[in-house]
Design a protein around this ligand. Structure first.
Ligand code: SF4
Length: 333
């Protein structure tokens, strides 16, 4: 998707999903309880046509659920509702998300025929133990196989992973990122685990059988994961669940729910660079860090968090961040 493309979202909560992952309550995560019908597709596109100027590139996106696990006739009905708009150029592309074990040759042929451009796979982890403990009902092998098939059929591939699932740790989450990067996706989404009310994970947590993956845990592990995807040139399309009214209104009862998680992670990565740059700084002294202006807010951190942390760690009297366009990221002053 280009930066100027606008998204036309259609939610297919839980529709077609054969199982219940411990963390999932799609009705709450997507903020909608009613499965999508062809009329919803028409309504969503017509609404987009009203509110976006002519010439806008619009991508129809089926969110949630497991699109390709829906009965074939229903998949076709949803996609056929979009077909006239696709032909007229009112929408420029279609994307959908699904489970890795709901992909095969016939499924991909159908999606191709109906004009789908991008397939997102919920991989979540590449540890079979973590997948089993999370009730995913598929294996890492399914992720590998489906990813290869999606790419070989000429679709854009987006992979989703989670951190902090039951049985995972920072190392297994970083290993998952490395394995997903090796599959060569066109983009990834990283979703640290959020404890949502009325899920199996909520019960496990309340029973003391699952340790919450806090915002701090998510920031720490994502600060390891992001450089893996960055180094592979794979865009991270999203970090953290999109805030919704329901989640913010009390359905997200714990875990890594934060509206600006990605910013926190990027700031943590910059803190690591600053830490290395300040190595050997004199306690009680003053230090200067030269920072590329576009990275200034990440360097200083939210509410000056990085500056305070670094000053305390190195016992500095004063720490100054100076904008310098000649510096790629951050250097000692
Ligand atoms: S496969 Fe997707 S929709 Fe189904 S329970 Fe798991 S996360 Fe929810």
């Amino acid at each position: 998707m280009s930066a100027r493309e606008s998204i036309v979202p259609v939610f297919v909560p839980h529709l077609g999903c054969p199982n219940d992952c411990v963390f999932c309550n799609q009705r709450r995560i997507s903020g909608s309880a009613v499965p999508a019908a062809p009329e919803d597709v028409v309504r969503a596109v017509e609404r987009a046509l009203e509110v976006t100027p002519p010439g806008t590139r619009r991508q129809l996106a089926f969110y949630g659920g497991s699109f390709t696990a829906i009965p074939a006739r229903e998949q076709e009905a949803l996609l056929e509702a979009a077909a006239p708009y696709l032909r007229r150029g009112d929408i420029s592309s279609i994307r959908l998300s699904t489970r890795p074990d709901a992909i095969d040759g016939a499924v991909l042929a159908r999606l191709k025929r109906c004009g789908v451009e991008t397939v997102e796979l919920g991989a979540q982890s590449m540890s079979d133990r973590v997948l089993a403990l999370s009730g995913r009902g598929h294996t890492a092998g399914d992720v590998r196989e489906a990813s290869r098939a999606v790419k070989a059929a000429g679709f854009r591939l987006i992979l989703q992973m989670m951190t902090g699932l039951p049985g995972s740790d920072d190392q297994s989450d970083a290993d998952t990122a490395r394995e997903l990067a090796a599959l060569g996706p066109d983009g990834v989404r990283v979703y640290p685990t959020v404890i949502v009310r009325d899920t199996a994970l909520f019960d496990l947590w309340r029973a003391g059988r699952y340790k919450e993956h806090t915002v701090e845990d998510a920031v720490r592990v994502c600060a390891r994961i992001v450089p893996i995807f960055d180094a592979a040139g794979i865009p991270i399309i999203r970090m953290g669940l999109n805030p919704t009214e329901d989640l913010s209104g009390g359905d997200a009862v714990g875990g890594a729910y934060h509206p600006a998680l990605g910013e926190l992670v990027r700031a943590r990565i910059m803190r690591g660079k600053a830490e290395a740059a300040l190595e050997g700084a004199m306690p009680g002294g003053e230090a200067v860090l030269r920072v590329n202006p576009r990275l200034m807010s990440q360097a200083v951190g939210q509410h000056g968090e990085n500056r305070d942390w670094l000053r305390e760690k190195f016992g500095l009297k004063r720490l100054k961040f100076v904008p310098d366009a000649c510096v790629e990221t951050l250097e000692p002053g």
